[in-house]
Design a protein around this ligand. Structure first.
Ligand code: NAI
Length: 340
């Protein structure tokens, strides 16, 4: 049955990688009607009116969305559209699987970690104000409700995908109330999942452990800001942001997006790497129970990287976005041996 999916191509390289992914998904045979929401170019001014202009309704109606990167003004300007979308749609869990892709140069091999980041509160609540000139206050919001929801999500995920161990990451030795509440809430949930080993680590130590020996980790459970930082750190272990997907999941609704930004330095040059958005789209197909399409796209991606002849410049190749896209499609079209 044909499903309708919201597509937000985004800014910069967003439309280039989104169009490549559309072509690849069409070649898997999956039946998708894309409801496309073009971004407005004047991101300095578009603010919340962009998300009100049909985007929220579209995602609520379709329950599934694929999103390219969107530019955000730094130190001023309207709030991040990316953050606003997650908040308005209550996409409370950010899921980021970090895994090596053969053929991509990386510091470590055999890394396989899933990071689960709370997506709606913490310092990302964006509650800041100037107390007096020269003094700014930024509020870190942690609630029992959101901590309980993300903890349950993480343990359920571990159960569903047969993961063995979860580390909760915190700084409750200093932020005794806020991180303390997060931690005590997770501690109440953990014993309900006896088959999953539960551990805790302070964030600074966790960062050091990740770069020294990432293989000790299976799943990490984090509040919003620590999750943001540690998930980029984790991506760095397997070759960078260009090869890491992500999902923002809510109740019966999910938005999938590449982790990288709009890459203004290469936008329009036809050399953007669609891999991260493609991997996010593969997560989306899995969420939609399109297992056949998942297998075809995944096998073709692995095969093209393993072969290493048609890769984009960011991963050491010379191919254009179009050449890489066609290589994936051709591999998929080879009958039985595709991805072998
Ligand atoms: P960026 O990820 O756009 O670029 C960092 C470097 O990685 C650049 O050299 C770029 O060319 C390269 N790169 C990124 N994606 C690539 C791809 N698919 N293929 C090949 N090379 C790639 O990060 P930057 O420059 O910090 O941010 C630019 C804009 O993107 C900002 O406005 C930022 O707010 C926004 N952004 C949006 C995100 C989202 O929509 N989820 C996430 C991160 C940043």
């Amino acid at each position: 049955m044909k499903k309708t999916v919201t597509l937000i191509p985004g800014d910069g390289i967003g439309p280039e990688v989104a169009s490549a992914v559309r072509e690849i998904l069409a070649a898997t045979g999956v039946q998708i009607d894309w409801e496309e929401i073009p971004a407005r170019a004047d991101f300095e001014r578009r603010g919340l009116d962009f998300i009100q202009a049909g985007v929220l309704d579209s995602v609520r109606r379709n329950r599934v969305a694929l999103k390219g990167p969107m530019a955000t003004a730094i130190a001023g300007g309207p709030p991040s559209i990316n953050v606003a979308l997650r908040k308005n749609l209550e996409l409370f869990a950010n899921v980021r699987p970090v895994k090596n892709l053969e053929g991509v140069r990386s510091v470590f091999k055999d890394v396989d970690i899933v990071l689960i980041r709370e997506n709606t509160e913490d310092l990302y609540a964006g509650l800041e104000h100037t107390v007096v000139p020269g003094v700014v206050e930024s509020l870190k919001i942690i609630t029992e409700k959101a901590s309980n929801r993300i903890a349950r999500f993480a343990f359920e995920y571990a159960r569903k995908y047969s993961r063995k161990k979860i580390h909760a990451i915190h700084k409750a030795n200093i932020m005794k109330l806020s991180d303390g509440l997060f931690l005590t809430t997770v501690r109440k949930v953990a014993p309900e999942y006896k088959e999953i080993e539960y551990r805790e680590l302070i964030i600074d130590n966790a960062c050091m452990q990740m770069v020294m020996n990432p293989h000790q980790f299976d799943m990490l459970l984090l509040t919003n800001l620590y999750g943001d930082i540690m998930s980029d750190l984790a991506a760095g272990l397997v070759g960078g942001l260009g090869v890491v997907p992500s999902a923002n999941v809510g109740e019966g609704m999910a938005l999938f997006e590449a982790v990288h930004g709009t890459a203004p330095d290469i936008a329009g040059k036809g050399i953007a790497n669609p891999t991260a958005l493609l991997m996010s789209a593969i997560m989306m197909l899995r969420y939609m129970d399109e297992e056949e399409a998942v297998k075809r796209a995944e096998a073709a991606l692995v095969s093209v990287y393993r072969e290493g002849r048609t890769l984009t410049p960011d991963v050491g190749g010379k191919a254009t976005t179009a050449e890489f896209t066609q290589a994936i499609i051709r591999t998929m079209e080879k009958p039985a041996q595709a991805g072998a």
